[in-house]
Design a protein around this ligand. Structure first.
Ligand code: DGL
Length: 280
């Protein structure tokens, strides 16, 4: 069984891609709805909450936990992997969503285009990352991208308040307005220089991906983080067959620190099928 963690609903976008890609695997999802959003918390708080969530998933039989939360992955992953895991669960593993995403956006297709100097080569120069305030402040995306592709101009924009609206089940009209506001602020900062690709660096944002696409100028590629993460996890599991033995059941269970009854209807909409949460 593979553990999947997010501060709330956002990780469901990743879980959905994982269950499609790995239908034989069992997954246990934990949304820390009681403490969401993480995006405005201090790094120490994000680390402590993420550590407790991972420990809870380990205690329930997951040997591998995926932090399906950019904020947790950007702020807590390295600390947990280096300082906590070796002491507390050396035979367990924690992975994040950041590196697979960065590998995806800086990977073979873009590099090949660099070599062939096609018009598309120009189109990969300016990358926008929309994320939470904490992920932006961590600078993790520009750092990881520049390690692999220093030529890419990464521009970050914090969509403050958007996660709160999604978690609260705001109407499509309210969400659309909020997304439009963030995109237009960014576009005016860009001074007419259109981005070439956009990455939604928060797992909540794919829930409103269509609104980003509508608000952005036409023809800009919006990178799909869930697909990149699912492909990367599938590859990891192929290389580490010991870490999770598929039981060929495809069982998916849902835990929350919040109010399970309140969360279940909205979460099921986001997940695209029944997501019956239980309180942890
Ligand atoms: N969905 C998470 C992320 O990817 C966390 C958002 C939040 O809790 O602020 O960043």
């Amino acid at each position: 069984m593979i553990g999947v963690f997010d501060s709330g609903h956002g990780g469901l976008t990743i879980l959905r891609a994982l269950t499609e890609r790995l239908p034989d695997r069992d997954f246990l999802y934990f949304g820390d709805h009681a403490n969401a959003p993480y995006g405005d918390r201090t790094p120490a708080e994000v680390i402590a909450l993420t550590r407790d969530a991972v420990a809870a998933l380990f205690a329930r039989g997951c040997r591998l936990v995926l932090l399906a939360c950019n904020t947790a992955a950007a702020v807590a992953l390295r600390t947990l992997q280096q300082d906590w895991l070796p002491m507390h669960a050396p035979d367990h593993r924690i992975l994040g969503v950041l590196v697979p995403t960065v590998e995806g956006v800086t990977g073979e297709p873009w590099r090949m285009e660099d070599r062939t100097q096609t018009p598309r080569e120009q189109a990969t120069r300016r990358l926008i990352v929309f994320a939470t305030r904490r992920t932006v402040a961590s600078n993790a995306y520009p750092e990881e991208i520049h390690k692999r592709a220093p030529e890419i101009n990464v521009i970050q924009h914090a969509c403050t308040g958007l996660v709160q609206l999604i978690e609260a089940g705001a109407s499509r009209a309210v969400l659309r307005e909020a997304v439009r506001g963030h995109v237009s602020t960014l576009m005016s900062e860009l001074n007419g220089h259109e981005p070439d690709a956009v990455m939604l660096g928060c797992t909540h944002y794919p829930l409103v991906a269509d609104m980003f696409v509508d608000a952005l100028p036409q023809g800009i590629e919006v990178v799909s983080q869930p697909d990149l993460v699912a492909a990367s996890l599938s590859d990891y599991l192929r290389r580490r067959p010991d870490i999770d033995v598929p039981r060929k059941r495809g069982k998916v269970s849902f835990l929350t620190s919040g109010d399970a009854e309140e969360i279940t209807p909205l979460a099921s909409t986001f997940f695209g099928r029944d997501a019956a949460f239980q309180k942890i």
